[in-house]
Design a protein. Structure first.
Length: 269
């Protein structure tokens, strides 16, 4: 576990090191802002939800069916919360950057779109690490970490020189996609689960986020005449309303237990 944490630190800082050395501090500033925004669903939602599941997984390690159900339900919660945020960042990258930071940060738009996909993939792959630990197999996390650093370093060296900060974002996306697929496959194999079962569980949240993305794509041209900040506010308001309605229509079975659990937690305080 200690070795895995060291590798994770290297994997999470290699992009900054290469960009700073090759492109300089200005490019690193644009990239850092894009990365911080794009990684929001993972750091604020998936990471927290995943970490609190470790003791649950440990208790269930000898009850495979319940362990698998807990893992899939955890991914459902992550999907319903993190997926719409990532979709919004991907579709509305330019309004977000211009509305929050102004025209001078325009160069952050390109890497933000790529890194939003990176953040989305990481949101779904990161909980696999807690499964490895809960099942008493932390060495699997170390194996994935070794693979990731082996992909990230050469990818960054090649793509940063040829495509700048967008190349760095692409290198990170490629590495996390490959390693995320491996991590998810290993987790499902440990739990004797299947991609079909997982796909069925995530389908309602995917549908809701697809409707959100389609709505935002239609609204961006319609709100283009507004100022950046006003356009961003309008897109967020409309997107929130559409996603809330879609969730109640198609993902009610996922959201209601979460809501009941939150109300129960408040009642016990």
């Amino acid at each position: 576990m200690s070795a895995t944490n060291i590798l994770n630190l290297a994997n999470n800082t290699a992009d900054n090191v290469v960009i700073g050395r090759v492109l300089g501090v200005t490019a690193l500033g644009f990239y850092a802002v894009a990365f911080r925004l794009a990684d929001f669903p993972n750091t604020v939602i998936a990471h927290i939800v995943g970490r609190v599941m470790f003791p649950v997984y440990s208790l269930l390690q000898n009850e495979l069916a319940r362990f698998r159900r807990a893992f899939i339900q955890n991914l459902q919660r992550i999907a319903v919360l993190a997926l719409p945020v990532s979709v919004t960042i991907i579709v509305c990258a330019e309004p977000i950057v211009l509305g929050l930071f102004g025209e001078k940060w325009q160069e952050a738009v390109g890497p933000l779109r790529i890194l939003a996909v990176y953040g989305l993939v990481k949101s779904f792959s990161s909980p696999g690490g807690e499964v490895f630990k809960g099942a008493g197999r932390p060495e699997l996390g170390l194996m994935v970490g070794v693979l990731q650093i082996a992909l990230i370093v050469p990818g960054l060296i090649v793509l940063v020189r040829s495509h700048g900060i967008e190349g760095a974002a692409l290198a990170m996306l490629i590495a996390v996609t490959v390693c995320g697929a491996v991590k998810l496959w290993l987790a499902l194999r440990l739990l004797e689960g299947s991609l079909v079962e997982l796909g069925r569980a995530l389908a309602p949240s995917i549908l809701c986020s697809a409707l959100l993305g389609a709505t935002l794509l239609l609204l961006i041209p319609a709100t283009g005449s507004l100022g950046p900040a006003v356009q961003l506010a309008a897109l967020v308001a409309a997107g929130t309303a559409v996603y809330a309605a879609a969730t109640m229509a198609f993902a009610r079975s996922i959201v209601m237990p979460m809501w009941i659990g939150l109300r129960g937690a408040d009642a016990t305080r």
